[in-house]
Design a protein around this ligand. Structure first.
Ligand code: CA
Length: 230
C-alpha cells in the first residue's frame, strides 16, 4: 500500500494508539488527533487521503465536524469513515446521510478496518484497481510514475504527473486554480495561482507534441477542465 495519509480522530488514547499501530502495520501513514480542533490543525498542514473519525468526541462531535467538512468544497471529496460504539441502524443512516463514506461499529477487527479503508480509497479513485489509469490513448502508471500516450513516454515533472493523475481521475469537471492547488499541492504549500498556469502550459505543450493539447481546457473565469471530449 503506497503512502496514504490517514487522519485518525479519536479521543480515547488506547483506541487511537491501536488504530495508529494497525494502520502503520498496513503501510499507511497515520496522523493522530484527539478532537476536531486538533484534526483541523493537522489538515491545514497535510491534506489526508482519508479520515477515520470517531462519532463521539469532546467539543465538536465527529458527526458534526464531518457535516461541516462535507459542506466545504475542498473537503467534499475527502473520504470519511465514521467509527462508533453505537450500532443502531438509525445512526448508520444518519452517518451516511451527512456524507460519510462508510460507518464502522466498535469493536471491529484490524483486518476489517483495513479492508474497509482500501474499499473506500478505491471507490474514491485514490487506489486504482490496477496501477494504471487508462483514458483514451493516455496511460498513467502510478507505480512506475510514467505517463504515456500511444506507448510513447511523456517527460513530465513530478508536479505535472500529480496534476495529470488528478485530471485523469476527475475528468470532465471544472476545477478552479484554488481547488487544483489544494488537491494537487496541498493546502499548507504556499504557491501563487499563476504557478498552475505555468504547469498547465507545459502540460499542453507536451500533449501538443501528440496533437492532444485540447485535453486540458481553459474555462474562462473559472479554471481548468480535463476532458477527452474536446
Ligand atoms: Ca469517543
Amino acid at each position: 500500500m503506497s503512502n496514504f495519509n490517514i487522519l485518525v480522530v479519536e479521543d480515547e488514547d488506547a483506541i487511537r494508539r491501536m488504530l495508529m499501530m494497525v494502520l502503520e502495520q498496513a503501510g499507511f501513514m497515520p496522523i493522530a488527533a484527539a478532537d476536531a480542533e486538533e484534526a483541523q490543525r493537522a489538515m491545514d498542514e497535510t491534506l489526508p487521503d482519508l479520515i477515520l473519525l470517531d462519532w463521539m468526541l469532546p467539543g465538536i462531535s465527529g458527526v458534526e465536524w464531518a457535516r461541516r467538512l462535507k459542506k466545504e468544497p475542498i473537503y467534499r471529496e475527502l473520504p470519511i469513515i465514521l467509527l462508533t460504539a453505537r450500532g443502531e441502524e438509525e445512526d448508520k443512516v444518519k452517518g451516511l446521510e451527512i456524507g460519510a463514506d462508510d460507518y464502522m461499529t466498535k469493536p471491529f477487527s484490524p483486518k476489517e478496518l483495513i479492508a474497509r479503508i482500501r474499499a473506500v480509497l478505491r471507490r474514491s479513485g485514490k487506489i486504482q484497481g490496477q496501477a494504471q489509469i487508462v483514458l483514451g490513448d493516455l496511460v498513467l502508471d502510478t507505480e512506475q510514475h510514467r505517463l504515456s500516450i500511444r506507448d510513447k513516454q511523456l517527460e513530465v515533472s513530478p508536479t505535472e504527473f500529480r496534476l495529470m493523475q488528478f485530471f485523469m481521475t476527475h475528468p470532465d469537471k471544472v476545477y478552479s486554480r484554488t481547488q487544483l492547488l489544494d488537491q494537487v499541492w496541498g493546502r499548507s504549500v504556499y504557491i501563487e495561482e499563476r504557478t498552475i498556469d505555468v504547469h498547465i502550459r507545459r502540460l499542453r505543450k507536451i500533449l501538443g507534441e501528440y496533437g492532444r493539447e485540447d485535453l486540458v481546457q481553459t474555462v474562462r473565469g473559472f479554471g481548468y477542465r480535463f476532458s477527452l471530449a474536446g
